[in-house]
Write a protein that binds this ligand. Structure first.
Ligand code: FES
Length: 208
């Protein structure tokens, strides 16, 4: 394999001190306090310098990612969030259609074809998302709590961009009436097995 098609193997470490669990709905929703600094990182991962330079695909271990948690990696200089959504989170996504600008992910180029579904993912529970705001590129905060927020009294969990107040659901779909016009990008990725994914490789087309 060449450098560009050899995944950079990563196994994030859990940061227990930044994680708290919230009980919600039908089960335990592992979640976190608001804000980027308090994300429920299973890991804050740093790829090798060589991998960053060549934009190599990135292999990520998600076996220890608990329901409601998100880890973050970098791929091609972009922050990629990988989240294991709960059953309740998935259920809430189904009822948001009218509030969203592009609920069916009909805008081409914002996701691979295999992520063109309600959950915008290959496996419903695993979200893989470029978490740079589609307005001007800030990194939105994860707000996973399914409860009223100052910016949305009917909040079902999602991402809030503090720069100009754009909001996205937990599939990265943009809400109506905010500055951002497009859903968050879903990068190419695929599963190696149950616990490992590779970001940057499309399962059908090879290295992106
Ligand atoms: S950069 Fe996110 S709303 Fe402007």
């Amino acid at each position: 394999m060449s450098e560009t098609d050899s995944p950079d193997s990563i196994q994030p470490q859990t940061d227990q001190s930044r994680r708290r669990l919230l009980l919600a709905g039908t089960g335990i929703v592992g979640a976190v306090g608001a804000g980027l600094a308090a994300w429920p990182f299973v890991a804050s991962w740093k790829p090798s310098a060589k991998a960053r330079m060549v934009g190599a695909p990135v292999e990520v271990f998600i076996g220890d990612l608990e329901p409601g948690q998100m880890t973050r990696v970098q791929w091609r200089g972009q922050a990629i969030g990988i989240m294991r959504r709960t059953e309740r989170m998935l259920a809430e996504l189904e009822g948001l259609g009218d509030r969203l600008r592009d609920p069916g992910s009909d805008v081409t180029g914002q996701q691979p074809e295999y992520a063109k579904n309600t959950y915008r993912s290959i496996r419903p529970e695993i979200l893989v998302l470029n978490i740079h705001c589609t307005h001007l590129g800030c990194v939105p905060e994860l707000r996973p709590e399914i409860e009223a927020q100052p910016f949305d009294q009917n909040w079902k969990g999602g991402f809030y961009c503090p720069c100009h107040k754009s909001t996205f659901d937990l599939a990265g779909r943009v809400f109506r009436g905010v500055p951002a016009q497009l859903n968050l990008l879903v990068p190419p990725y695929h599963f190696i097995d149950e616990d490992r994914i590779v970001v940057g490789v499309d399962p059908e087309q090879g290295v992106a």
